[in-house]
Design a protein around this ligand. Structure first.
Ligand SMILES: [Zn+2]
Length: 379
């Protein structure tokens, strides 16, 4: 058993349900956990999570392109669980604030928010923690602290805020098991050419796969800012979405064709914001700006499943609305991705996060025996 698997098990043992109080219940839980944990792969086939954010991707760009022009997005729809009606942060539409939500499980505003509203490349000394005044943990913290590996592949320079925040100086001390150090992101790559970025990423994943990796694809946003978010077939924006579809296909083929990854990997695809024809993505009340896709594909995820249908008790399809964080039932948000990724890896939520902190967003059909058993094992 690797250090990582040990600490995952340790973590699971410390996640006994609050109702399981008393020595007897704890002993019973321990027995159930041990039965479920050996071998770990039998209880949870997911060893790797690939989290992809497509900058500026509108959901309707996918459906307007259709199967013939976006075959890999359509592969995700046919073989995975998805919605075209997920939401950005409730108040901010900028790239960096929303990616910070994706990676920290927090909204932007308020006491529990990450409070990072600046969308420019950050000054060298700035971190998410110095901006907020307290440490902001991320998905990288939890994965790394459990002895598992992490990577961030970005297409924009401004993502260095993550490198600055989670490096060997500014990352928090390891909280769990063996001391894996403060540097939470094992490999950080910034490259503006998405084709090269993806080639670089695939080479790395085929040799020594990262347990959690984040891949940022910038092209639709760049095309949108240059030529507007024009979803007319043949537009520059639509060509960029089709190009991303091709890159996505390379990642999906990598998973399918790499024995270590196949059957053990889940891919999450979402976006930071959409955009409108005439005004980029700045207007908060435009549904074209705040409506984004959220697609999940891979080990154990049922094909063709509507994420709102299989999360009917915990998430509410917002229609055309822009729900606030105070709404009693939340929509599916890009910010769900961080704690979903951890849940898939059998790890608990990010300390201080608020979006999907309960890790109740499921990507498995509720009725499915394997899915419900899997949940029992982990919780
Ligand atoms: Zn963006």
């Amino acid at each position: 058993m690797s250090t990582g698997e040990y600490s995952v098990m340790y973590h699971r043992l410390n996640r006994a349900p609050a109702t399981a109080s008393g020595l007897g219940a704890r002993f019973l839980f321990l027995v159930v956990m041990l039965m479920a944990t050996f071998p770990a792969s039998a209880a949870n086939p997911v060893r790797y999570v690939i989290h992809i954010s497509v900058d500026g991707l509108r959901s309707d760009a996918i459906t307007i392109l259709g199967h013939s022009e976006a075959p890999n997005f359509y592969r995700l729809r046919a073989e995975g669980a998805f919605t075209d009606n997920a939401r950005t942060d409730a108040h901010y539409l900028g790239t960096l604030p929303n990616h910070i939500s994706q990676l920290t499980g927090r909204g932007v505003k308020g006491d529990s928010g990450h409070n990072y509203g600046d969308n420019r490349s950050p000054p060298r000394q700035r971190t998410l923690h110095s901006n907020k005044g307290v440490y902001i943990a991320s998905v990288f913290d939890v994965v790394h602290d459990h002895g598992l590996s992490t990577a961030l592949y970005a297409g924009k320079e401004k993502f260095q805020i993550f490198k600055q925040s989670y490096n060997r100086i500014n990352g928090a001390p390891d909280k769990t098991g063996a001391d894996d150090g403060r540097n939470k992101i094992d490999h950080y790559v910034y490259m503006e050419d998405s084709r090269k970025l993806v080639s670089n990423y695939i080479n790395a994943m085929q040799s020594t796969p990262y347990h959690y990796s984040f891949l940022h694809l910038r092209d639709p946003d760049i095309a949108g800012h240059q030529h507007y978010w024009d979803v007319t077939p043949g537009s520059a924006y639509m060509a960029a979405v089709a190009e991303v579809d091709h890159l996505l296909g390379r990642v999906l083929d990598m998973v399918t064709n790499t024995p270590a990854l196949s059957g053990h990997t889940v891919v999450i695809v979402t976006a930071d914001h959409g955009g409108t024809y005439g005004s980029n993505h700045t207007i908060l009340d435009s549904r074209k700006n705040y409506t984004i896709p959220f697609y999940v594909w891979g080990a154990g995820v049922p094909g063709g499943a509507d994420l709102y249908a299989i999360n009917s008790g915990t998430r509410l399809n917002p229609g055309n609305g822009r729900p606030l964080y105070t709404d009693p039932i939340q929509p599916i948000r890009e910010g769900d991705a961080a704690n979903l990724a951890l849940d898939l890896l059998g790890l608990g939520p990010i300390e201080g996060s608020t979006i999907n902190f309960a890790q109740d967003l499921t990507v498995f059909r509720k009725q499915a025996v394997s899915a419900s058993k899997r949940k029992e094992c982990i919780r």
